[in-house]
Design a binder for this molecule. Structure first.
Ligand code: C2E
Ligand code: MG
Ligand code: MG
Length: 592
């Protein structure tokens, strides 16, 4: 049956017998039927060429002996591979093959109708299988893509977590570990179980005079210097954790040490690395650092303890001049802590009235009269007993607490001295020590004036003792204040003269009335053969007199010294020979 029913009706008009043996005509009709049924990544001509090849295969299959359905499967699969892969595309393909293939190509076999039906079924089967395989493939690749995407996302997350962690634990300027990471590592080294028997050390490093670099060259140069120092430390101290704690402070953690020497070696390497001059932004900068070293057994220490000790030790290295290391010394630390505790207790001790004054006579070498008395402060400490000024004045000066303490001394001395009276109507003056901070305070003149008015003490009966070094370092303003006081009649004495760098020519321009020559010069008078000391003292006295200054010798312990000083022309003496520091009542007894 060459012409199935309806085939003529569906055949395009104008199909002539010449066309009937041409697979190109059929392929064109096929291409027209399927185009638009799905997206095809090829041109119309490419599609026609493909379909023409398939047409030839189908035609060959229809007439081949034996009849082989696999050709149909392959055509179905190829259609799918060429993206003619929709239900509609398959439908039109089946339709156009059924209606036109046999006719257009003029194929004739006995069982063509039967073969056609089975071939179409094979095309559809191949098509469906290929489509299923492709869908499975697509699903698989979607699954794979999803897996890959997830792995990528996880990697990105891990990377950003790592970045975040790095930022949180590193210093942005130098990229060294920061305080957080250092504290973590130190904590782990000290608190991890099983490490108690180990030893460890830290080097706490601070650049010397870094502030000067910042102030004179600007912060940018300062920052660049820090980066240079950080690089050098990192390179020189490989294997140890080097962290920047902030500013110009760095710290090195040395784990599992065998003793102090191990940490000393690290400190030496750090100092050597820093010491090279650094060229930053065209400036050659001399760099040095100070290091505080602590090395100890892990058991029994804590991170806080260790770092506080390292900090104190760093200050010792600085105080010793810098450009060096210092090693922690527990005894020294205890002493200093006690000193700090003592100074912190001064305000409360003032409130509770724990301070009192002793007075030591200043005696005329001409007639033995008591011309003055020096007020010397003492602290009746509730636990430590009576404390001499040497144990707390220095610290009070450093912390500034000398201002309230010295103010109290001044007021108390003026109040006490006002009541001193003598038969001849010329009672002694009271001599009060002034610390440098008190001299530099703007309100000094007002304070003294107020006290004199309040207590009724005449200005001539107050002497202020200022050490030589205070006087030398005093700027114009405080000197003017002293001059106002001197003009009021207040006496100004230079204390411990000869221990500083003062010279008499300089004193000429200062409002000074008296020199108190330091005890060590007087001590030289003890041995009869030390005539040189005596000559020096003698010329000092005559020079002072030429400048209208009186001279009091301190630390006069023997009658011999007193006699020599008198012979030299010294005006007054102070010391155990004349009387030790004693309570105010004893001074009153002397005056009677
Ligand atoms: P300074 O002003 O030179 O006081 C004299 C010190 O020498 C006193 O020591 C006194 O006890 C001691 N001394 C007196 N005679 C002799 C002697 O013959 N031989 C020896 N070896 N020493 C003698 P002190 O009372 O311990 O005072 C020490 C220093 O404390 C004073 O030295 C003074 O610089 C300071 N100071 C005392 N009271 C005050 C105060 O109220 N304010 C301030 N800022 N400093 C004070
Ligand atoms: Mg004094
Ligand atoms: Mg003195």
């Amino acid at each position: 049956m060459a012409d199935p029913p309806g085939a003529t009706a569906a055949a395009p008009p104008g199909v002539t017998p010449e066309h009937r043996s041409c697979p190109g005509t059929f392929a064109r009709a096929w291409a027209k039927a399927v185009s638009g049924t799905s997206y095809l990544p090829m041109t119309q001509a490419q599609l026609e060429a493909l379909l023409q090849r398939l047409t030839e295969r189908l035609a060959a299959a229809l007439v081949s002996e034996p009849f082989d359905l696999r050709a149909g499967h392959r055509v179905g699969a190829e259609l799918v591979a060429a993206h003619v892969a929709s239900a509609e595309g398959l439908g039109r393909t089946v339709e156009v093959i059924q209606l036109r293939l046999v006719r257009d190509l003029g194929l004739v076999t006995d069982d063509v109708e039967d073969r056609m039906a089975r071939l179409l079924a094979a095309v559809a089967t191949g098509y469906a299988r290929a489509l299923r395989d492709r869908t499975l493939d697509e699903q698989e690749s979607i699954r794979r893509a999803a897996l890959t995407a997830r792995a990528q996302a996880e990697r990105a997350l891990r990377a950003s977590e790592a970045r975040f962690r790095h930022q949180a634990t590193h210093d942005p300027l130098t990229d060294l570990p920061n305080r957080t990471l250092f504290t973590e590592r130190l904590g782990a080294a000290i608190n991890s179980p099983g490490r108690g028997a180990e030893r460890l050390g830290v080097c706490f490093l601070d650049l010397d005079r870094f502030k000067v670099v910042n102030d004179s060259h600007g912060h940018q140069v300062g920052d660049a210097l820090l980066v240079t120092v950080a690089d050098r430390l990192r390179r020189a101290l490989q294997g140890h954790l080097v962290a920047r704690l902030g500013g110009d402070e760095f710290v090195v953690l040395v784990e599992r040490t065998g003793g102090t020497d191990d940490v000393l070696a690290v400190a030496e390497a750090a100092l050597a690395a820093v010491r090279e001059p650094a060229v930053v932004d065209g400036h050659e900068l001399a760099v040095s650092a100070s290091i505080g070293i602590v090395e100890r057994q892990v058991a029994g220490t804590s991170p806080g303890d260790l770092m506080r000790a390292a900090d104190s030790t760093l200050h010792w290295a600085k105080a010793a001049g810098g450009a060096r290391w210092a090693v922690y010394d527990a005894d020294r630390d205890r002493r200093e802590l006690a000193r700090y505790a003592l100074s912190a207790a001064i305000p409360a001790a003032l409130d509770r009235g724990e301070f009192y004054l002793d007075y030591q006579p200043l005696t005329s070498l001409r007639d033995g009269r008591v011309v003055g008395a020096e007020a010397l402060v003492r602290w009746r400490h509730p636990e430590l007993g009576i404390l001499r000024p040497d144990s707390f004045i220095g610290l009070a000066e450093e912390t500034g607490l000398i201002v309230p303490l010295g103010g109290w001394v001044l007021a108390e001395a003026c109040r006490e001295a006002e009541s001193w009276a003598t038969a001849d109507g010329a009672p002694p003056f009271v001599s009060v020590n002034l610390a440098v901070r008190q001299v530099h305070r703007p309100g000094l003149v007002q304070q003294v004036r107020g006290l004199l008015r309040h207590t009724g003490l005449p200005p001539e009966r107050l002497q202020l003792e200022i050490t030589e070094s205070t006087m030398m370092n005093t700027a114009e303003e405080p000197v003017r204040a002293l001059r106002v006081l001197a003009d009021l009649g207040v006496r100004i004495a230079i204390d411990d003269f000869g221990t500083g760098y003062c010279n008499l020519a300089y004193l000429r321009d200062l409002p000074v009335t008296e020199l108190k020559v330091a005890g060590q010069f007087v001590a030289g008078l003890r041995a009869p053969e030390t005539r040189a000391d005596e000559r020096i003292l003698a010329s000092l006295v005559s020079l002072a007199h030429a400048l209208d200054l009186t001279v009091t010798a301190e630390g006069v312990e023997t009658a011999g010294q007193a006699e020599r000083l008198r012979a030299i022309g010294c005006d007054a003496g102070q010391g155990w020979h004349f009387g030790r520091p004693e309570p105010a009542e004893r001074i009153l007894d002397r005056l009677r």
